[in-house]
Each structure stands twice: as structure tokens, then as C-alpha cells.
Design a protein. Structure first.
Length: 134
């Protein structure tokens, strides 16, 4: 609860100056999520644009925006963006799993069961081989 309170009710709504690029990126990411949840589209986009280009939060922000495309029914654009994102070498493993799961769900929705199975198996293989996940 304390983490949620700190991130969503303080960091997400306050303006800060003189912070490191890493910390600024973290804050802009959560501000962007907060703004989108409040229906403040332009503010959400602006917050995400302020994330440092080399920050892992930049990829997470891209993922959020692609998921929003799915919610808006822009499935082809979302699918293409997710494919581009998952192909990036520097993508964090946990985010790669989320992206592959999203692609698998979209494939299932499109009744492309072979592609969905391939993606689900890729995630399962990673999870089984990862010490972190067992």
C-alpha cells in the first residue's frame, strides 16, 4: 500500500527538478500512466516523451501506448508495433514476456492459433529456463 501511495499519489502528480535522467524517466513513466488513467491523453503522451531515450522506461512507455492502441481497436498498428518492440535486442526480459503474451492474445483473437501457440511456447520456454521464475 505504501508503494502504491508513494508512486500514484505523490510521484505521479508532482513536478520535480534537478533529478538524474534515470529518476526523471521513472517519474515521467508513472506520471504518464497516471495521466492516461485520468483521461488526460496529451499529458500522458507528453510525460512519455520526456522519458530519456536510453531508459528502460522508454520501452515500457511504448508498450503502454501499444496496448492503448489495442483498446482503441487499432489492432494492425498495435500488432506491428508490438512486433517491432519484441525484436529489439536491449528489451528487458520481463517486458519481452509481456509483449509476447500480448502478441499471442492478438493471434488468438485473429484465430491464428499456430502463431499464438508458438508465442506461448516461447514464453513458457523462457520461464522454465529462468532461475528467477523457477
Amino acid at each position: 500500500y505504501d508503494e502504491d501511495l508513494l508512486i500514484h499519489h505523490f510521484l505521479a502528480v508532482e513536478e520535480f527538478s534537478s533529478l538524474s535522467p534515470e529518476l526523471n524517466s521513472f517519474i515521467h513513466y508513472y506520471q504518464g500512466i497516471h495521466n492516461y488513467r485520468q483521461g488526460l491523453e496529451e499529458w500522458g503522451q507528453r510525460s512519455f516523451q520526456l522519458i530519456h531515450a536510453k531508459s528502460p522506461y522508454k520501452d515500457r512507455a511504448r508498450y503502454i501506448e501499444l496496448v492503448r492502441m489495442v483498446a482503441l481497436g487499432k489492432l494492425d498498428q498495435a500488432r506491428e508495433g508490438l512486433r517491432q518492440l519484441v525484436s529489439e535486442d536491449a528489451l528487458e526480459k520481463s517486458l519481452k514476456i509481456e509483449v509476447e503474451m500480448s502478441l499471442a492474445r492478438l493471434a488468438m483473437q485473429a484465430k491464428d492459433y499456430g502463431e499464438a501457440l508458438k508465442l506461448f511456447e516461447s514464453v513458457q520456454k523462457f520461464l522454465k529456463s529462468s532461475e528467477r521464475f523457477g
